[in-house]
Design a protein around this ligand. Structure first.
Ligand code: HEC
Length: 383
């Protein structure tokens, strides 16, 4: 074999192992079934191997409830086991997780919240399309969202299309239907089955999962969620280019040196973002990066640095932050503090991030930065 052929073989082998690592970490294989399992306890599920994905608290958008926010920062639901099956045009997913307490919707009491689970998947995905923002999609990339809330007799299922947390294009929920959620009191484990339509060609379906523990006052934005993960549909060829884009960060040389990335981030990013052990920026000026590595894919981090306005997060409600240096208005209220808004809005409504683009960074600097950000999994010191 000549040197050139050998080099090609090395490249092919390292691409294969990069893909292998990606599939092992981020992809659950669906099995093919003649018909969808009837319930969460259908015997067929016991023959299906699942994959466990970790969850982290959603911290970008907080409730105006101090106790609930404090509880979200203490250890809670940390992982979900996901099994998947293809039955005709339906992709059926079984989510299973441990929860010490059973908390259901109670119409007769206020301040009680139900254990809940959700699955989201992009409305469009495939070659050339980026993934939606993890918090319920964004204007350029909306998501389907299926949510089940535990009730005394099972669960309520609702389905919406969302284009960003708090966005005006978010659609109203369809009338809730009967869902399939069951609590095994002996094992203290929940199971929830979701059935979502899948096109005849989709081979690698992006999905992400969210869980709420009602007993910890979790509801709305206060939840635990996974990064984008994937279900591989059996018997369909995968699009190599799409797989490569989704698996970015696993390939050889794509991520760089963590310690160089840390130095760079502390020098140029910490003026706006809180980094573990380095919280010098005013609170709320930009998203806290404490667990961004657990919640964002490497590709999303790279794109956020190069092109911040492609996905613009809504950020904290500016009505919660008043500018007390200004006089009160006729109603006795201080004006909003626009300094804490994360974007500017053009007359045509287009939002531009206040984060400058770092498109001038070299591929090496970007690789270093993303390698560092990927280590931020929320387990380090949170400022
Ligand atoms: C001038 C302030 C500022 C600087 C400097 C800055 N950012 Fe940002 N960044 C923001 C704001 C505001 C947002 C939220 C709005 C948006 O979505 O772009 C943001 C969003 C992000 C996001 C998306 C977070 C998410 O959860 O989706 C990432 C990743 C990010 N920044 C990384 C960086 C990195 C890495 C650097 C340094 C190279 C940096 N930022 C420098 C202000 C800044």
């Amino acid at each position: 074999m000549n040197a050139r052929a050998a080099a090609v073989l090395v490249v092919v082998a390292s691409v294969a192992s990069a893909n292998e690592a990606f599939f092992k970490a981020e992809v659950v294989d669906a099995v093919s079934l003649p018909q969808a399992p009837k319930s969460t306890t259908d015997a067929v599920w016991s023959g299906v191997t699942g994959k466990t994905f970790s969850l982290v608290p959603q911290r970008t958008i907080r409730l105006n409830d101090k106790l609930a926010n404090e509880k979200l920062s203490t250890p809670g639901l940390t992982e979900v086991l996901v099994r998947a099956a293809l039955a005709g045009t339906e992709l059926v997913m079984l989510l299973e997780w441990s929860d010490e307490t059973l908390d259901v919707v109670r119409e007769d009491e206020v301040n009680t919240y139900a254990d809940s689970a959700a699955v989201q998947s992009p409305v469009s995905f495939g070659r050339g399309l980026r993934l939606p923002a993890i918090s319920m999609g964004d204007e350029g990339q909306p998501v389907h969202l299926w949510l089940q809330r535990a009730t005394k007799t099972g669960s309520q299922l609702s389905a919406i299309v969302a284009a960003g947390f708090g966005s005006s294009t978010r659609q109203a929920p369809a009338a809730p239907k009967q869902g399939t959620m069951t609590y095994d009191a002996a094992a203290k484990r929940w199971r929830a089955q979701f059935s979502v339509p899948v096109s005849a060609t989709a081979s690698l379906v992006p999905v992400s999962f969210a869980l709420w523990d009602g007993g910890r006052l979790e509801r709305a934005g206060n939840k635990r969620l996974s990064a984008w993960r994937f279900v591989r549909v059996p018997g369909r060829p995968s699009d190599a280019e799409y797989v490569k884009a989704m698996a970015w960060g696993w390939g050889p040389g794509e991520l760089g040196d963590v310690s160089k990335g840390k130095v760079l981030a502390e020098a140029v990013c910490a003026s706006c973002h809180h980094l573990p052990g380095r919280a010098v920026a005013p609170v709320g000026l930009a998203p806290n990066m404490a667990d961004v590595g657990a919640i964002a894919t490497a590709g999303y981090l790279r794109d956020s640095i190069v092109n911040p306005s492609e996905v613009v997060l809504y950020g904290p409600n500016p009505n919660q932050h008043y500018d007390k240096s200004q006089p009160k208005d006729a109603n006795g209220a201080y004006p909003n503090n626009d300094g804490l808004r994360w974007f500017t809005v053009a007359p045509d409504g287009k939002r531009t991030s206040k984060m400058p683009s770092f498109a001038g960074f070299s591929a090496e600097q970007l690789g270093d930065l993303v390698a560092f950000l990927k280590t931020l999994d929320g387990k380090g010191a949170t400022p």
